[in-house]
Design a protein around this ligand. Structure first.
Ligand SMILES: Cc1cc2nc3c(=O)[nH]c(=O)nc-3n(C[C@H](O)[C@H](O)[C@H](O)COP(=O)(O)OP(=O)(O)OC[C@H]3O[C@@H](n4cnc5c(N)ncnc54)[C@H](O)[C@@H]3O)c2cc1C
Length: 301
């Protein structure tokens, strides 16, 4: 499929834009062929170094017709996040485009778009046969490439305010599981709420955060916001400790982007050992306590 030009549709978030830009750069070699529609908040500046940038200071839901109009001359539309979720389906309809949603892997040479399904037990591959094509990606599955076009042209576009925000209340997030680079996870094998206090101590010594399997959450040892996995949070950690976690597929799908997994389990047949780089066959508490003592010893001199 010969993709000549690409439109990125995103909010004004550098990481999201850079991830979409990385994908765009795999399809076209000339940066002149990549444009963007960026949704910004009132008072926000656009500092997006892309060839042509259309800035919209409105909600995506208020901008459907405008975006469809701007998008109609592009072969490939790349989007993600809440902007993609708000606009993807309607744009496909308005543009008569083909689409693949939830993409987490791309075979660029063969123009094949993949997403995992059934709790990561299967990968479904799609080959679009016609352009325009809209791709809604699953965030944090691709590399990032910060746009670097020298002389971007920025054009602010007005749209009608059909729906307005009456209030925006920030939610204080206690945990940043998805962003933390070190996560100490505990499962049913940890056995109690008190067990998680030990893991919290270890996490704090490592400058990391604690996470939990669904079994631990269902037992009331940790709140749901700490759950890792298919129905919890997807990690992007460099280092993940799995204490007393068996490694069910639903849990593994939440750690598929983790670089190094250290699993501590008494059962040497536990499936988590197939995913882990370091397999520790041990009682979780013995190993956690030994690590804490070691780290405290180092800290105290
Ligand atoms: C639709 C759906 C969505 C789901 N979503 C999620 C999800 O998002 N996240 C998630 O985690 N699960 C999810 N699950 C549940 C998942 O299938 C498993 O049931 C769950 O992950 C098991 O948690 P666990 O590994 O802590 O417990 P278990 O599977 O019971 O494993 C406990 C492990 O601890 C080990 N152990 C026991 N004692 C010790 C000890 N003293 N020291 C060291 N190891 C010990 C055992 O050998 C065992 O391997 C989902 C299920 C469904 C059906």
């Amino acid at each position: 499929m010969n993709v000549k030009n690409i439109l990125i549709v995103s909010d004004n978030n550098t990481e999201r834009i850079s991830e979409l830009n990385f994908i765009a750069e795999q399809f076209v070699s000339e940066k002149d062929n990549i444009d963007a529609i960026i949704f910004a908040k009132d008072g926000e500046e656009l500092n997006v170094k892309i060839h042509k940038v259309y800035g919209i200071k409105e909600l995506p839901v208020n901008s459907v017709n405008t975006v469809a109009d701007l998008a109609k001359n592009y072969d490939l539309i790349l989007t993600s996040g809440y902007v993609g979720a708000s606009l993807g389906g309607i744009l496909v309809y308005k543009l008569g485009a083909s689409c693949v949603f939830g993409v987490n892997e791309i075979d660029y040479d063969n123009f094949i778009f993949k997403h995992s399904a059934y709790g990561d037990k299967a990968i479904i591959e799609y080959k679009p046969n016609k352009l325009p094509l809209l791709i809604l990606i699953k965030e944090r599955n691709f590399e990032q490439s910060l746009p670097s076009y020298e002389n971007s042209e920025i054009e602010w576009v007005d749209v009608e305010k059909a729906v307005e925000v009456v209030e925006e209340k920030p939610i204080e997030k206690e945990v940043e599981l998805d962003k933390s680079k070190i996560v100490v996870g505990g499962g049913r094998g940890v056995g109690s709420k008190e067990g998680f206090e030990v893991l919290k101590k270890l996490a704090s010594l490592l400058n990391g955060v604690v996470g939990a399997s669904r079994a631990a959450v269902d037992n009331g040892w940790m709140p749901h916001q700490y759950q890792i996995g298919q129905s919890g949070t997807m990690l992007s950690a460099n280092l993940y400790f799995a204490f007393g976690i068996s490694g069910a597929t639903q849990h593994l799908s939440g750690i598929k982007n983790v670089k190094c997994v250290v699993a501590i389990n008494t059962d040497e047949e536990a499936p988590i050992f197939k995913r882990a780089r370091y397999n520790i066959i041990s009682d979780w508490k013995e190993f956690a306590t030994a690590l804490i003592n070691q780290l405290e010893g180092e800290k105290n001199g």
